[in-house]
Design a protein around this ligand. Structure first.
Ligand SMILES: [Zn+2]
Length: 346
């Protein structure tokens, strides 16, 4: 619903003045997030969403730095906790460079490109970022089920015999195979493993030949370079399907495993997929019991009404520049002010 509206208002948003919209919204801080930046054909991702090329991301970064001051997640939280979110002089400066809002840049899923492409570029530009990792996938020990789906789709689209086999196994017409694979849910992963066997895709071989995720050594290097890391759940579960107690233990386990393995003290967590379906009481327990210092969602520019619970802008949902995407997010936010729908309801 929100995505459809955003798509429809994007051409109008493009014509509007970003600084005015930021001022009118009262939301001067932003949290854009990505998964991967690559100039290469990535069969495990390309059938899920369009990712940015390096030169496109460099343009995004240039725009971001014009409008926002990049800060670490830890610094952002420290200021929030001290000032209860109110900073002196915030937004009072005139012209570019003064009164800039803050920006915390994050990347989910711990993909190999984070170490090889993204972090080196950010280091060069002096831009901090936080990377969120699925514990079971570090060192390429396993593959997120959505990436498995993309790999199988890649195979059936490039080999008609594979498509035939998949259709036969699923007992559906060939033209429905791709959509059916896309619809496989978290609890149905075995279906993907069996389907892969049927069409001749070997996930272990794929991971061995072409690593998808960062190794432990690469994660250590990220931390040594000054980047932040956080948990993204052990195996990228769909939290809306979990019991509240399991949600809490997954957040705890994911964060504590990273602390032990990489010697970090931070307690950051980004919900896999979305924080929709996570009850308000679970969020409160996680934050009040200090299981996590911050919890991140993916609902775009939106208030949560809870300090330490932050929604981010999913940049890969937008096939447009950072500035146009941001204008769309702000216009959508402004449109909802009269109906009071900018804060998550529990
Ligand atoms: Zn993810």
């Amino acid at each position: 619903m929100a995505d459809t509206i955003k798509k429809r208002i994007a051409p109008i948003a493009r014509l509007l003045d970003l600084s005015k919209m930021i001022r009118l919204s009262g939301q001067s801080d932003i949290f854009p997030f990505y998964h991967v930046i690559s100039d290469f054909h990535l069969p495990h991702i390309r059938h899920l969403y369009r990712y940015r090329r390096l030169n496109e991301f460099e343009k995004d970064l240039e725009e971001m730095l014009k409008w926002f001051e990049p800060v670490t997640l830890a610094d952002y939280l420290e200021v929030e906790q001290k000032g209860n979110g109110k900073r002196k002089g915030k937004g009072k400066g005139k012209g570019k460079g003064k009164g800039k809002g803050r920006m915390v840049l994050t990347f989910d899923d711990g993909l190999e490109e984070c170490h090889q492409t993204i972090a080196p570029l950010l280091k060069k530009k002096g831009v901090p970022a936080a990377f969120f990792l699925n514990n079971h996938f570090i060192d390429n020990r396993d593959l997120f089920f959505r990436y498995k789906a993309s790999l199988i789709i890649d195979e059936v689209l490039s080999d008609c015999k594979a498509k035939e086999k998949a259709a036969k196994y699923l007992v559906i017409p060939e033209e429905k195979v791709v959509d059916a694979i896309r619809m496989v849910k978290y609890g149905q992963q075995e279906l993907l493993d069996e389907l892969a066997r049927q069409v001749g895709v070997d996930f272990i071989d794929y991971l061995r030949e072409d690593p998808v995720y960062m190794t432990s050594q690469q994660v250590k290097e990220l931390v040594d370079w000054g980047f932040e890391i956080g948990g993204h759940s052990p195996d990228h579960a769909d939290f809306s399907t979990l019991d509240p107690a399991v949600m809490i233990s997954q957040v705890k386990d994911s964060i504590e495993d990273l602390q032990q393995r990489f010697g970090v003290f931070s307690r950051f967590f980004s919900f896999p997929f979305t924080s929709d379906g996570v009850p308000g009481e679970v969020i409160d327990t996680l934050l009040n019991d200090r299981v996590a210092d911050v919890l991140l969602g993916t609902a775009g520019l939106k208030k949560t009404g809870k300090q330490g619970f932050i929604q981010r802008i999913p940049m890969e949902d937008y096939e447009m520049s950072f500035k146009d995407a941001l204008k769309t997010e702000y216009l959508y936010y402004l449109m909802k002010i009269p109906v009071g729908r900018n804060t998550i309801r529990y």
